[in-house]
Design a protein around this ligand. Structure first.
Ligand code: CA
Length: 230
C-alpha cells in the first residue's frame, strides 16, 4: 500500500514518529504543524489521506475537517487527546472516517491508515473480502459492480453495501446502519433499513445467483457482510 499522507500535528516529536512509521510502511508523509495551512495544502497536494490532530495552532482540526469536506472526500482520521471526545465528535457529523485517541502507538495508527484506505479507495476497497467475486465500488458515481454486473443501486443501497462490505464479518444493528447512512435528522424506522437490505440482496442475487448471499441477517441483532463459502 502506498500514498501521500498529510500529517497535521503540532507536536514535532509525534509528527516525526508518525512520519517515520508511515515512511517505513511505504507511505509518503507530508508534515504540517500549523492548522492554518492545512485546507490549502489539501487542495493543492491532494493527499490520499489526512491524519488530523484536533488541537492545533492557526485553525483547529474540527474546522479543518469541515472546510475540507466542502470540496474533497479525502479520507480523514481525526486524532484526539481525549477519549470522551470521540462520542461528541461522532455526533457532530464532521465527516471524518475514523478517530484515534492519544496516546497511540504509531503501529496502530499505520494499521488504521491502511484500514481506512482499504475501505475508501475507489474500486479496490473490498477486494480482499470478496475475492474473485470482484465487488467494485465507485464512490464518486455511487456505482457498484459485482462480477462485472452493474448492480444499479440507489444511493442508500450503495452506502449500505459500502459500509457493510468495508467491515466484513462485523455485525451492525439497525440503529448503527441508520446512523451511518442518513446524515440528516430524518426519521427512519427499523423497517426502512430492512426494506433497503431486502432490495440490495435481491440485486446481489440477480447478479450472482440465488445462493450467493453476501449480506446475512443475524437474528435479533442486525446484519453483517460476509462472502459465503466458495
Ligand atoms: Ca495538538
Amino acid at each position: 500500500m502506498s500514498g501521500n499522507i498529510l500529517v497535521v500535528e503540532d507536536e514535532p516529536k509525534l509528527s516525526g514518529l508518525l512520519s517515520d512509521y508511515l515512511r517505513a510502511s511505504g507511505f509518503e508523509p507530508i508534515c504540517l504543524s500549523n492548522g492554518a495551512e492545512a485546507v490549502d495544502l489539501v487542495r493543492a497536494q491532494k493527499p490520499d489521506l489526512v491524519l488530523l490532530d484536533l488541537m492545533l495552532p492557526g485553525q483547529g482540526g474540527m474546522e479543518i475537517c469541515k472546510d475540507v469536506r466542502r470540496f474533497s472526500s479525502v479520507p480523514i482520521i481525526i486524532v484526539t487527546a481525549r477519549i470522551e471526545e470521540i462520542d461528541r465528535l461522532l455526533g457532530l457529523e464532521l465527516g471524518a472516517d475514523d478517530y484515534i485517541c492519544k496516546p497511540f502507538s504509531p503501529r496502530e495508527v499505520v494499521a488504521r491508515v491502511k484500514a481506512v484506505l482499504r475501505r475508501t479507495q475507489g474500486g479496490q476497497m473490498v477486494h480482499g473480502a470478496v475475492r474473485d467475486r470482484g465487488l467494485v465500488l465507485d464512490e464518486d458515481r455511487y456505482r457498484a459492480k459485482l462480477d462485472g454486473h452493474d448492480l444499479e443501486l440507489t444511493a442508500v443501497e450503495f452506502k449500505l453495501l459500502q459500509f457493510l462490505a468495508g467491515n466484513p464479518g462485523r455485525i451492525y444493528n439497525r440503529q448503527q446502519l441508520m446512523d451511518k447512512i442518513y446524515t440528516d435528522e430524518r426519521i427512519v424506522t427499523d423497517r426502512t433499513i430492512d426494506s433497503h437490505i431486502k432490495k440490495l440482496r435481491r440485486k446481489i442475487e440477480a447478479a450472482l445467483g440465488a445462493e450467493a448471499r453476501l449480506i446475512h441477517s443475524v437474528y435479533g441483532i442486525g446484519y453483517k457482510f460476509e462472502p459465503g463459502p466458495e
